[in-house]
Design a protein around this ligand. Structure first.
Ligand SMILES: [Zn+2]
Length: 419
C-alpha cells in the first residue's frame, strides 16, 4: 500500500509538471507572434516523406500524420477565392498559425495572386485537381491524370518559385480509387485524406461548423481537420475554433514535405497510427478470430450428458443451455397420467408407421396380429397392457415418466462453437 501511495504521488507530480509545461507552451508560442499576445501560434513543424507514408488520414486510410496527443493540423480545400480565402489568411496570420492548402487549378488560374499570398505567408500548398470533379472513383485513369496535372500546372504556374509546391494531393470529395492513389504514389505525391471534417461545405450555421470541429477533434484527441477557405461559414467559425483549441490545450502543427535540405522528422512506424497499441490495450495482442468450418456439421454426433457439464454449477455462456433432462421438471410440472400413453385398440399399425421406420413398423404390426405368438417387444405393447396400466397409480416422479416420453432432441451447434 505504501509503495502504491508513493507511486501515486510521483505520478501526481509528473502530471502537475506536465500540466505546467502545457500551460506554459501557448505563452511560448505567443511570444513568437509579435503583436498578438493571445495567439495560439504554431507549436512545431513536421517534415514528412511521401515515399514512406503515401496515404494519410484515418477517414480513409490506416495511417495518419504522426501527431502527439492534442496536436492538430489545419487544412483548407478548394481555394483560393479572394473574398473568403483572404479573410482566412488574415485570421491565421493573427494567430501565427501555419496550415496546408489544397488548391484547385481553375482557382489558381483565376486568382494566381491568392496562391502567391499563401506561399508568402509560409503556408504549405498542395493541389486538389483542375476543376474538382466528384468522379475520381470512377473516371478513366487518363482523365484522372489530366485532372491531377492541370491542378499542379496552374498552381505551380501561379507561384514565383514553383519548387514551393508540396507533393501533397487531396482527391476531390475524398472519392478515392486505388488506381488514382497508385498513380499519385508512383509520382512521389502523398495522398491526403483527413481525420475529421467539420461539414463546412454543407448548408449549416457557422456555429455548427465550430461545434463539429471541436466535438470530432475531442473524440480523437488529435488529427487533421478538413476545412474549406472558400466558405463564408468557415470564415465565421474559424476564430471561435481557434479560441477553443487554445482553451482546451491543443497545439498547431505545420506539415512540410521533406527535401534534400530538410530531411523528414524522425518517427517510429507506430506513430503513424492514430491510436497506437499500448500495454493498456490488451485487445491489440488478442489472436485473430479462428476461421470455423461448419461443413461437417451433419456428421457430428449429438453430445452426451457428460458434454453438458451437469456437475458444474457455474457454466460459461458458450456451453449448451440446460436440457429438459437437467431442469427440475418434477418441481414445476405435474406427473402425467399413465393412460396418457395408452394406445387405442387397432391403432397400433397406424401409430407405428408414423413413428418408426417402415421395416420396424412392419415387424411390430405382424407381431400385433399374433398377440400370443412370442415374448418379443411387440407382444408387450398389446392393448391388454393398457387395461393393466389403468389399474395402477400413475408414476410419482417425472423421472419415471421420462423413460416413456421421447428423449429431447439435442442440437450439436452449441458444442461446436466452442472449437
Ligand atoms: Zn474539395
Amino acid at each position: 500500500m505504501i509503495g502504491s501511495s508513493v507511486a501515486f504521488r510521483t505520478r501526481s507530480w509528473t502530471v502537475l509538471f506536465l500540466g505546467l509545461l502545457t500551460a506554459a507552451s501557448p505563452a511560448a508560442f505567443a511570444a513568437e507572434c509579435p503583436g498578438h499576445p493571445g495567439a495560439l501560434g504554431t507549436s512545431r513543424t513536421l517534415v514528412v516523406d511521401p515515399h514512406l507514408h503515401p496515404r494519410i488520414g484515418t477517414m480513409q486510410y490506416r495511417e495518419t500524420l504522426p501527431l502527439k496527443d492534442h496536436e492538430v493540423v489545419l487544412t483548407f480545400d478548394d481555394g483560393p477565392l479572394p473574398k473568403n480565402s483572404n479573410q482566412v489568411l488574415q485570421i491565421l496570420a493573427d494567430e501565427c498559425i501555419k496550415a496546408t492548402f489544397f488548391i484547385i487549378g481553375e482557382q489558381a488560374k483565376a486568382n494566381p495572386e491568392g496562391v502567391r499570398k499563401l506561399v508568402a505567408a509560409g503556408h504549405t500548398v498542395g493541389t486538389h485537381s483542375m476543376n474538382h470533379p466528384l468522379t475520381f472513383d470512377r473516371m478513366p485513369l487518363d482523365k484522372a491524370e489530366a485532372q491531377i496535372n492541370g491542378g499542379i500546372e496552374w498552381t505551380s504556374a501561379a507561384m514565383t518559385d514553383p519548387s514551393k509546391l508540396a507533393p501533397f494531393f487531396r482527391i476531390p470529395g475524398l472519392m478515392r480509387a486505388e488506381g488514382v492513389e497508385n498513380l499519385l504514389i508512383s509520382r512521389g505525391i502523398q495522398v491526403w485524406s483527413a481525420d475529421f471534417p467539420a461539414d463546412d461545405w454543407r448548408h449549416i450555421a457557422s456555429d455548427r461548423v465550430y461545434q463539429l470541429a471541436i466535438q470530432r477533434l475531442e473524440a480523437k484527441g488529435k488529427g487533421i481537420l478538413l476545412l474549406h477557405d472558400i466558405q463564408a461559414r468557415t470564415v465565421a467559425a474559424l476564430p471561435k475554433i481557434i479560441r477553443d483549441l487554445k482553451a482546451r490545450g491543443y497545439r498547431i502543427v505545420h506539415v512540410v514535405p521533406a527535401t534534400a535540405d530538410q530531411p523528414a522528422t524522425p518517427t517510429a512506424a507506430v506513430e503513424w497510427l492514430l491510436h497506437p497499441p499500448t500495454e493498456t490495450t490488451p485487445i491489440a495482442r488478442w489472436p485473430s478470430v479462428p476461421n470455423f468450418v461448419f461443413t461437417q456439421t451433419a456428421s457430428l454426433p449429438a453430445p452426451g450428458l457428460a458434454d453438458l457439464n451437469t456437475q458444474t454449477a457455474h457454466q460459461p455462456l458458450v456451453l449448451p443451455r440446460k436440457t429438459m433432462a437437467q431442469a427440475d421438471v418434477a418441481a414445476t410440472l405435474p406427473a402425467p397420467e399413465r393412460d396418457l400413453f395408452a394406445i387405442p385398440e387397432g391403432s397400433v399399425e397406424v401409430l407405428l408407421s408414423t413413428t418408426l421406420s417402415r421395416r420396424a413398423a412392419t415387424r411390430l404390426a405382424m407381431a400385433a396380429e399374433a398377440p400370443h405368438a412370442g415374448k418379443g417387444k411387440a407382444a408387450k405393447m398389446q392393448p391388454r397392457r393398457t387395461a393393466h396400466a389403468a389399474a395402477h397409480p400413475a408414476p410419482k416422479h417425472a423421472a419415471q415418466a421420462k423413460s416413456t416420453a421421447p428423449r429431447p432432441t439435442r442440437v450439436a451447434t452449441g458444442v461446436k462453437k466452442r472449437a
